[in-house]
Design a protein around this ligand. Structure first.
Ligand code: CP
Ligand code: NVA
Length: 308
């Protein structure tokens, strides 16, 4: 191996702030090395089996964890379904810890992630909950570094919902010294406690957090414009009212034109073209959405190696 492999102090990655700032830097350095020289790590997870639990659909997260674990010499077993429906979660957790080295879980609630961490002795990785999407944010930080060489001083603007993805991005940007702006319609705010955490981290890193209802203010001179679906998994019954509420929040060519001329467009995917983003912006030469998707593989490999 060519990058130093430090183990995380926390037993789990239930949320972004389970990583210390030095660990975040180490993880992103390791992720870059895993991308450049994957063959150096071909047996790094040899003998380890990891359970992948999905309460909600997934393309990227499931595929990249399965491929990552296989490429590192480990073995993944996937189970789809509600955790705790057929038998109590505390029993599920204490079964899995007898067979597996770790659990990756995508859940409806953050509490399910935290209960898995409480009831099992093996590491839990949050693969998206209602509050956070830390694996996505790690890959996105890797993508920004690849495009700009550094994070400090960049303006990272998220146009859309105060949701799991914007929460994780806000926290990571604040720690890495990026000025973070969130533009959302009234009624779709980010969680106040997460905003407060991000503001404290930004004060320490020299960054800033701007919360606005103006997509134009967020987009102006941005280096990165990011959006996500208007109705997340679990919010589908609100899709019609959200389409109305978010109608002025589409990332279209006019909004993207307000950004820095070298700005990139990011989206965690899946994207709904014609809603939160136009086909033109998605397909533009400055769209880096598939770089993000690729980096899920490398960033999650780094996370697995540092946690297991
Ligand atoms: N971005 C992301 O997590 O994609 P999936 O929902 O397909 O896993
Ligand atoms: N906010 C979206 C992200 C999907 C990767 C959701 O939770 O559905």
């Amino acid at each position: 191996m060519t990058a130093p492999l430090t183990k995380l102090a926390a037993p789990d990655l239930t949320k972004d702030l389970d990583l210390t700032l030095p660990e975040l830097h180490s993880l992103l350095t390791l992720a870059a090395d895993l991308k450049a020289a994957p063959h150096h790590y071909a047996s790094a997870l040899e003998g380890k089996s990891i359970a992948l639990l999905f309460e909600k659909p997934s393309l990227r997260t499931r595929m990249t964890f399965e491929v990552a674990i296989q490429q590192l010499g480990g073995f993944a077993v996937t189970n789809n379904g509600m955790i705790g429906a057929r038998e109590p979660l505390k029993d599920v957790a204490r079964n899995l810890e007898r067979w597996f080295s770790g659990i990756v879980a995508r859940t409806y609630t953050q509490k399910t992630i935290e209960d898995l961490a409480k009831w099992s002795k093996i590491p839990i990785i949050n693969a998206l909950s209602d509050l956070y999407h830390p694996c996505q944010a790690l890959a996105d930080m890797q993508t920004v570094k690849e495009h700009f060489g550094d994070w400090r001083g960049l303006k990272f603007s998220f146009v859309g919902d105060g949701n799991n993805v914007s929460h994780s991005l806000m926290l990571c940007c604040a720690r890495l010294g990026m000025h973070f702006a969130l533009a959302h319609p009234k009624g779709y705010e980010a969680a106040p406690d997460i905003i407060a955490e991000a503001q404290a981290l930004a004060a320490a890193s020299g960054a800033s957090i701007t919360i606005t209802n103006s997509p134009e203010d967020a987009a102006k001179d941005a280096n990165i414009i990011y959006t996500d679906v208007w109705a997340s998994m679990g919010d589908e019954d609100e899709a019609a009212e959200r389409r109305t509420a978010f109608s002025d929040y589409q990332v279209d060519e006019d909004l993207f034109a307000l950004a820095d001329p070298d700005a990139i467009f990011l989206h965690c995917l899946p994207a709904k073209r014609g809603e939160e983003v136009t086909d033109g912006v998605m397909e533009s030469p400055r769209s880096a959405v598939f770089d993000q998707a690729e980096n899920r593989l490398h960033a999650q490999k780094a996370l697995l190696l540092m946690l297991l």
